[in-house]
Design a protein around this ligand. Sequence first.
Ligand code: GDP
Ligand code: IMO
Ligand code: MG
Length: 424
Amino acid sequence: MNCCVVGLQWGDEGKGKIVDTLAEHSDIVVRYSGGANAGHTVIVGDDRFALHLLPSGAVRPNVVCVITNAVVVDPDTITKEIDSLAQKNITLDNRLFISENAHLVLDYHKKEDQLGEESLGKNKLGTTIRGIGPCYADKVGRSYAVRMADLRDLKELGAKLESIVDRKNKVFAALYNAEPMSAAGLLEKCKSYAERLLPFATDTTEFLHKSIMDGKSILFEGAQGTLLDLDHGTFPFVTSSNSSALGMPAGSGVPSKMVDKFLGVAKAYTTRVGAGPFPTEQDNDIGQYIREKGGEYGTTTGRPRRCGWFDAVGVSYAATIGAIDSVALMHLDTLTGLKEVEICRAYKIKGKETTFFPSNTARLSEASPIYETIPGWEEDISKVSDFHDLPTNAQNCVCRIEEMIKKPVTIIGVGPERSETIFR
Ligand code: GDP
Ligand code: IMO
Ligand code: MG
């Protein structure tokens, strides 16, 4: 069976934990979008892994890991990840495949991201400064893009970098009065990238289709979340790729028809990092309670995440455009101890009630949430393994969310560990 796991909110839903858990029964795990802006946490016993580019199946020694064409690969980050796993005796040799068509995030992309954000002042997007937007912009622009396969001909790459760096230096100097970068220095780095990464480079589309023909079970791992999708999210406060389920076919070369199940991941509340509208945000004691109890600090940047109530309007929309079959509802345990839990069932926009998420961000900014209140629960639920053993109010909370989003909740997260998971 092939399955695709995708975030239904603004990222950090707990995809890493779910992918790691499901990877036990998968042959291959595939990252198909985004870059090192992602931070996916996997906890195995006392070990905590924060994966940015490697698929979350990487910590299981028998799982093959694939990074496909639409991922923007930061060679420094991925080499560090490979090395840090090796230090724990987890080797990626012969089981990591990186698309030769994947674009490379180079130093000037990160510099451009940082300079661009700084210059925007209070209008900044709040990016992760991982060079994601500038790298995807170069991909779309084509002429100044560098792909994995370019590392194979360092002479030609050297000439290309001369012209790219010259151009970037002129632009950065003119716009930001920035110091010039050296093309020769970057080429030196590319030589070591070639040595380290080319052994993993291949045609991942061919590999995946052959694997499907061989009956292998493939798990596709989304990065970010549907509401951060470049085309379908809260533009411009989004990432620069199609981070919804709709990005999976183009991102991997495998049509969604070949995927048996799309599993959406959402938290029992909402978080967001960076700027942009967030109708159910609780910039108050409730938000602070959730942040501290849920450990809501960025896996990639360490920034405190903005926290708020579960938004059934946003999650329904994400589940609809992703044709989601079922949902994993994470962090139910984080809500333990609250007197009451609010769930946003609809928005009021200009005096009119709606349950459909507005595609226009200005309209979303005008939305005020309409809440349904559920009584809370006090009992520790982290050791519960059967849904019916949850406190009645916690069961009600899950059931109301299920009714509002019109999708079955088949997995419930009650803690960060692999074992702290309820399957229904
Ligand atoms: P991802 O980007 O979607 O993979 O999510 P992150 O790893 O960035 O953030 C999710 C955080 O929540 C991590 O620290 C996980 O260890 C933790 N986590 C995942 N599921 C649960 C859960 O059900 N309960 C609790 N308390 N923590 C969880
Ligand atoms: P995972 O995979 C949460 C957010 C940034 C910023 C916006 C644009 O861990 O869920 P970018 O660096 O992509 O140009 O930033 O997107 N963002 C994420 N927020 N989780 C992520 O990934 C994110 N990746 C990007 O905070 O608001
Ligand atoms: Mg994350």
